[in-house]
Design a protein around this ligand. Structure first.
Ligand code: NAD
Ligand code: TYD
Length: 362
């Protein structure tokens, strides 16, 4: 990537996208960012509020849908992009179970239209070898792991949920566009993130906020499912390495090396939040845990083998699990206005829809 670069970020008002935009504007002073986001329930302009004047002058927000080919063509004609970093997606497994169609629309069709527009413009402008299309994907495409082993870049795809199936489809298209047309595209598959600006439908922010408010903590099934947690800014750093130094056509797995069962995560969050709020051990929030009906098709375990990105690009996570969680908890405790805003509107409807029908698990 050149010192003066213009990049298109899709989904830059969501959780990881907004952290990435902040990282780029903060660490790459010559870069300009065009941020295309449809502002679904998960997209929030407040995630990029308070940028300093220099950063704000290098950031352009466009409200729009990645399925809108006419808009994409207009953007690609107006801006000679050096790279596309594609975050925009429907991203929540539970939502995909209750309404899979939106996942096909955005994750499959939207990704295809974005890719096809990028390819057309890339070809029409002389197929510059420095162009990059970075597709941000998930480890969930690999499916379920037993107690041993970890996902490698050559692990076969075996998605379990409509979410992971739709992400798998988009990954395949990206790889096909490299192989067939030579588009300089890369794919990253990352494990579960946590950190600032994550919508509180996902496990960690949901639990932090419920612990603060002393609400029930709904753990699906027995809570033995394992995820490999990564602090979001470490993910953003890995994405920048892949963008700047990765090999087109390659896939890079990214993970935290921090496997925990859901119950371990919730216990840890109870202890950290209780301590911050000065609660005594006798008032432990662990007593709020409720085991509820399990998620259908719930993957038992994810774990990432990060050897390739460490070896080839020198990336390792900058935070341990405990350091990352401390930072995430601090952020949620220090940003009550952001929390109140995202929990107004549709949020309560989602809580009723997802949790209302779950009974206590035996
Ligand atoms: P998110 O749900 O917080 O944000 C998604 C963003 O995309 C939102 O701002 C939303 O408004 C936007 N968007 C949705 N549909 C759109 C459309 N049709 N057109 C334009 N914009 C649209 O998601 P996230 O957690 O930030 O995840 C970002 C990407 O990273 C996703 O592709 C996801 O699959 C991937 N990923 C997420 C995690 C994780 O733990 N959150 C882990 C690995 C990979
Ligand atoms: P989530 O944050 O939704 O991410 P993903 O499904 O992409 O891994 O969930 C993380 C884990 O936490 C997953 O095993 C499901 C579980 N979980 C609960 O036990 N209770 C909850 O209320 C939520 C949202 C998730």
């Amino acid at each position: 990537m050149k010192e003066q670069s213009k990049i298109l970020v899709t989904g830059g008002m969501g959780f990881i996208g907004s952290n990435f935009v902040r990282s780029v504007l903060g660490t790459r002073p010559g870069w300009q960012v065009v941020n295309l986001d449809a502002l679904t329930y998960a997209g929030n302009p407040a995630n990029l509020k308070g940028l300093g004047p220099d950063a704000a002058s290098r950031h352009t927000f466009v409200r729009g849908d990645i399925r809108d080919t006419a808009l994409l063509l207009k953007l690609f004609f107006t801006h000679p992009f050096d790279a596309v970093i594609h975050f925009a997606a429907e991203s929540h497994v539970d939502h995909s179970i209750l309404g899979p169609a939106a996942f096909v629309e955005t994750n499959v069709l939207g990704s295809f239209r974005l890719l096809e527009t990028a390819r057309q413009r890339w070809a029409e402008t002389g197929s510059p070898s420095g162009f990059r299309f970075l597709h941000v994907s998930t480890d969930e495409v690999y499916g379920d792991l037993g107690p041993e082993g970890a996902f490698r870049e050559d692990t076969p795809y075996q998605p379990s949920s409509p979410y992971s199936a739709s992400k798998a489809a988009s990954d395949h298209f990206v790889r096909a566009y490299h192989r067939t047309y030579g588009l300089p595209a890369l794919v990253t598959n990352c494990s579960n993130n946590h950190g600032p600006f994550q919508f509180p439908e996902k496990l960690i922010p949901l639990m932090i906020l419920n612990i603060v408010e002393r609400k029930p903590l709904p753990v699906y099934g027995q809570g033995g499912n394992v995820r490999d947690w990564l602090y979001v800014l470490d993910h953003c750093e890995a994405l920048l390495r892949v963008l700047e130094s990765g090999q087109p056509g390659e896939t890079y797995n990214i993970g935290g090396g921090a496997e925990r069962t859901n119950l371990e995560v919730v216990h840890h969050l109870c202890d950290v939040v209780d301590r911050r709020l000065g609660r005594s051990p006798a008032q432990s929030s662990r007593a709020l845990i409720q085991h509820v009906t399990d998620r259908p098709g719930h993957d038992r375990r994810y774990a990432i083998d990060c050897a390739k990105i460490r070896r080839e690009l020198g990336w390792v996570p900058g935070h341990t699990f405990e350091e990352g969680i401390d930072a995430t908890v601090s952020w949620y405790l220090e940003n009550p206005a952001w929390v109140a805003h995202v929990r107004s509107g549709e949020y309560q409807k989602w809580m009723d829809q997802n949790y209302g029908g779950r009974d206590a698990a035996g």
